[in-house]
Design a protein around this ligand. Structure first.
Ligand code: MLT
Length: 423
């Protein structure tokens, strides 16, 4: 995730002022999305110092699925994430697509609809069997999404969005199974429910299915969406704006999520927690101090937007107490929550010393039987497919009174390009 490691802000004066101006700009437009806002209201002032900052805090559009508040964290269509964490994942998907929670009948119908969409062409699984085992699971996913598109797209953003949500369960379960050498694919049983069937198809050797299902249901809901501007979501929407289909757009989005500064940070976090090698809070505090003074990073702390503990982390710490409270790595992660924050807070240049979504997720997955951290970003991707496809449907089908957002085409200012001629 962007800003997933706590780091010191750039010291150049212009960078700090740039961040300040951006925050002020954003605060002045807190009613983005309110009907009262006029079309010509200034939302954000762009000056030279905002160039080459990765569009940090630039408002570029409207988003209907979720909102990221720096202090409160993410909410889905107005509901704080903590309220939704134990919902059926299908209810949360319905919420992102329809902008209201389903009643019991709507939920049953929606679950049946998703189950009916679940069939994956056997050729997809056959190609997976031929992929190089050295490829990262996210590289397999990027290929797999293209294969799903080649074998089953309709060209309709809504239909393909839900097909993708539904079919990604079998695709991703088989990436785990085939790449890990756990044996032949396990036949899909979509009537079990999306995540339940996913756990069934993975067939993780030695795992407690019930515990893993409980964790992954929550993990799925927590990771589905995070505003409109995170790298993978933005990338997916940008690609879809050129009218590429959902499958290709999501393959591009997942390439964004694969980056270690975005989704792949969750695999690094478990490796980091393992490297601490103690559960003693004082030793952990010393480890954090030594790591920082040696120029190292504290993985799982900090965020590009958040300025408080990520509520997705808060939910996972509580869940960890329930499902793996005695696990030594969980105890380490819990002590880090207190001691790393304490040490990071001592540095006024650190804008967010608090845990983010990745701080403890790997520890929980590891304790539930998914011990290979290379696969963790796949689980993030499985969930994020729901949010990105829903946002693509909004941008392509609903926004601007159904005309859709035009093809993304921002502008760059030429640098070091004085006119020249041949000869
Ligand atoms: C996410 O969930 O996408 C990450 O927290 C990164 C972000 O919001 O930029």
């Amino acid at each position: 995730m962007i800003g997933s490691t706590s780091k010191i802000k750039p010291t150049k004066k212009h960078s700090i002022r740039s961040a300040y101006t951006a925050v002020v700009g954003y605060a002045q437009c807190t009613r983005i999305g309110s009907a009262a806002m006029s079309d010509d209201k200034v939302l954000f002032e762009i000056t030279e110092k905002h160039l080459n900052t990765g569009l940090r805090r630039f408002p570029v559009g409207r988003v209907r699925t979720s909102r990221v508040d720096p202090a409160q964290g993410v909410s889905y269509v107005g509901y704080p994430i903590a309220d939704l964490a134990t919902l059926d994942p299908e209810a949360a998907i319905f919420l992102l697509y329809n902008k209201h929670l389903p009643n019991p009948d709507e939920l049953n119908d929606f679950k049946a609809d998703l189950a009916n969409r679940a069939s994956v062409d056997p050729s997809v699984i056959n190609v997976l069997k031929s992929l190089p085992k050295d490829g990262h699971p996210m590289e397999w996913l990027i290929n797999g999404l293209s294969l799903l598109g080649m074998t089953g797209k309709t060209g309709d953003f809504y239909e393909d969005g839900l097909n993708l949500v539904s079919r990604s369960a079998e695709l991703i379960a088989n990436i785990f199974r085939i790449r890990s050498g756990w044996g032949e694919p396990i036949p899909s049983d979509p009537s079990k429910g999306l995540v339940e069937n996913f756990v069934h198809m993975m067939g993780v050797p030695g795992a407690d299915q019930a515990k893993l299902t409980k964790l992954l249901r929550t993990f799925y809901v927590l990771h589905m969406d995070h505003g409109g501007g995170n790298l993978s979501t933005f990338t997916g929407k940008a690609v879809a704006s050129g009218h590429a289909d959902q499958f290709s757009s999501l393959a591009a989005a997942m390439a964004g999520l694969y980056g270690p500064l975005h989704g792949r940070a969750n695999q690094e976090c478990l490796n980091f927690v393992k490297s601490v090698k103690t559960t003693d809070p004082d030793e952990i505090e010393q480890f954090v101090r030594d790591t920082l003074s040696g120029g190292g990073k504290i993985f799982g702390f900090g965020h590009a937007v958040l300025r408080a503990e990520d509520p997705r982390a808060t939910v996972q710490y509580a869940l960890g107490q329930e499902i793996c409270g005695d696990d030594p790595l969980f105890k380490t992660a819990l002590a880090m929550r207190e001691r790393a924050v304490k040490v990071l807070k001592e540095n006024p240049k650190i804008s967010n010393p608090y845990p983010n979504v990745d701080a403890v997720s790997g520890t929980l997955l590891n304790a539930s039987g998914l011990t290979e951290s290379d696969y963790y970003t796949l689980l993030f991707g499985f969930a994020r497919i729901a949010g990105i496809t829903a946002q693509i449907v909004d941008e392509r089908v609903h926004m601007r009174n159904g005309r859709g957002v035009p093809i993304y085409r921002c502008s760059y200012i030429a640098e070091n390009q004085d006119p020249r001629r041949l000869g």
